[in-house]
Design a protein. Structure first.
Length: 519
């Protein structure tokens, strides 16, 4: 029994975990049933396993109460032709009352009879006579249902006339398929049948039990009037009591039954993963990160060219842009912020959810789809805010920009000196004044060398500056694009993937927990 209790404790712990994870995720009625199973199991175990409760259940006219009196050896339960006969649960407890009082109090049994232990009545036996399950009194059915859910061993008594009743097999026996180890079906009143009819009825009943999933349940034939089969029934009940396994087996069967029902809503233990990269790529496309990265590259290129230009050229271009600015604003409105396509975001999220949900049983697809629709509504704004925090246009000045500005200004100054010098020499010649001495480098006068050399140097440095600016812009674009995609991925993880991951993590934990609970 100790090993069984340890195994049972593990099952109950696993079922507790299942209930916690399944809350608001799986069918509410099933979750409530699982919680009731654990509560009832712990309440029963708290009353100890010294007492084993065996309940006789059956319909009107099955001879259930007569069988109870025969087993007890005294007319403790009323027998008669008026229906319903058994109106209240009657108990017959064997041995020390202290060992059975706790469980009888928990069951709410008031009519109690105590007997001393004997060879056919072992210490700890608690035999119950339940009301008729098909009684015309509605409260009798409620009482039967309550005890059927709580007792350790069920002895279902049927008679040759009503053994095949649909209400019996569909309403009770089929629901006890997981409890076959602690279910005994007794075909009573066999003295009313001849040998051939008795064999035919018993075979038919065995067939019906197999169809209800109770192939492993014990089937006995008895007659309270002649005593046929009574010794076998007494011995079977005594064995249940002496082995002390019925309590654990009954609770284990309850746990396995509800675990099997929950497993239908969880499926196998195959883990389902989210394609985070695919969602991030779709959201990045919806947010237009490529265009934002292009804008960042243009900012880098413009800043590099503006800062690296010679001083005079830069001032002239700046003034020219100021004159053209009003016209440019009229033609091309400036963007007011990042815009994310809600339609594209919704499509990306629901496609992700659908890819995952189609691999899970009900109710996960509906839950994930509902969560996905809510996320798709709030995700565009979250992505836009995340992208706004990325410094797309904030370009830190580079040292080489300043170097090009200084060098270019020097070449610009040289060109200007050369042009002014040449203009002065031309004015002197036009005025037919004596020509001043002009230094030369070889055959080339210094003014010409300064004017042409400075202009050529300006063109070369400008081309080199633009080339370097283009290379730097591409690198800046790549950095900005990585940051933008990382921002989109972070927003997707926090706002879309994390809630879905929590649901899938619950599913991934539910499957092994149900396997532990159901064995």
């Amino acid at each position: 029994m100790a090993d069984g209790r340890l195994d049972l404790a593990g099952r109950l712990t696993a079922l507790d975990e299942v209930v916690a994870l399944a809350q608001d995720r799986l069918d509410d009625a099933l979750v409530a049933e699982a919680r009731a199973v654990t509560d009832t199991a712990r309440e029963r175990l708290a009353r100890g396993a010294q007492a084993v409760v065996v309940a006789l259940a059956g319909g009107t006219g099955s001879g259930k109460s007569s069988l109870f009196n025969t087993l007890a050896g005294a007319p403790l339960s009323r027998v008669g032709a008026v229906r319903p006969v058994t109106a209240e649960v009657t108990s017959w407890a064997v041995g020390d009352p202290a060992a059975t009082t706790a469980v009888l109090d928990w069951l709410g049994v008031r009519r109690r009879h105590v007997a001393a232990a004997g060879p056919d009545a072992p210490e700890g036996l608690v035999l119950l006579d339940l009301p008729d399950h098909d009684s015309v009194a509605p409260d009798h059915r409620i009482t039967v249902d309550r005890f059927v859910a709580r007792v350790d061993v069920l002895v279902w008594v049927v008679d040759p006339l009503k053994y095949a009743q649909r209400a019996l097999h569909d309403g009770y026996l089929r629901q006890l398929a997981q409890h076959a180890r602690v279910v005994v079906v007794v075909l009573n009143r066999t003295d009313e049948l001849d040998a051939g009819a008795r064999r035919a009825v018993r075979d038919d009943l065995a067939r019906l039990l197999a169809g209800a999933g109770l192939r492993k349940a014990t089937l006995l034939a008895t007659s309270a009037r002649t005593g046929e089969g009574i010794a076998e029934l007494r011995a079977l009940i005594a064995r249940f009591v002496r082995e002390r396994r019925a309590v654990a087996e009954r609770i284990t069967a309850d746990v396995c039954r509800v675990a099997a029902a929950l497993r239908e809503q969880v499926g196998d233990d195959r883990r389902v993963s989210l394609d985070a990269d695919r969602l991030a790529a779709a959201l990045a496309t919806a947010a237009g990160v490529e265009a934002l990265a292009d804008a960042g590259a243009r900012s880098y290129r413009d800043d590099a060219n503006d800062t690296g230009r010679p001083l005079l050229t830069a001032r002239v271009l700046r003034r020219f842009r100021q004159l053209r600015a009003p016209l440019r604003r009229l033609r091309t409105p400036l963007p007011t912020g990042v815009e994310v396509s809600p339609v594209a975001v919704r499509h990306a999220v629901l496609e992700l959810v659908d890819t995952v949900a189609r691999r899970l049983p009900h109710p996960w697809p509906a839950r994930l789809a509902a969560a996905g629709r809510g996320l798709a509504d709030e995700l565009p704004l979250a992505v836009a805010k995340a992208l706004d925090r990325v410094a797309v246009h904030d370009v830190r000045p580079r040292l080489w920009w300043r170097v090009f500005a200084v060098v270019g200004t020097a070449f610009e100054a040289a060109t200007l000196v050369g042009v002014v010098w040449l203009c002065a020499l031309g004015a002197v010649a036009w005025l037919q004044l004596p020509a001043p001495p002009t230094p030369r480098v070889g055959q080339v006068p210094w003014p010409t060398l300064l004017a042409l050399g400075g202009a050529l140097a300006l063109l070369v440095t400008a081309a080199l500056r633009r080339r370097l600016a283009a290379v730097g812009a591409r690198r800046h674009r790549a950095r900005v694009l990585r940051r933008l995609r990382a921002a989109v991925a972070t927003a997707a993880e926090e706002r879309a993937l994390a809630p879905q991951r929590r649901e899938l993590a619950a599913h991934d934990r539910l499957a092994p927990a149900l396997a532990d609970a159901g064995g």
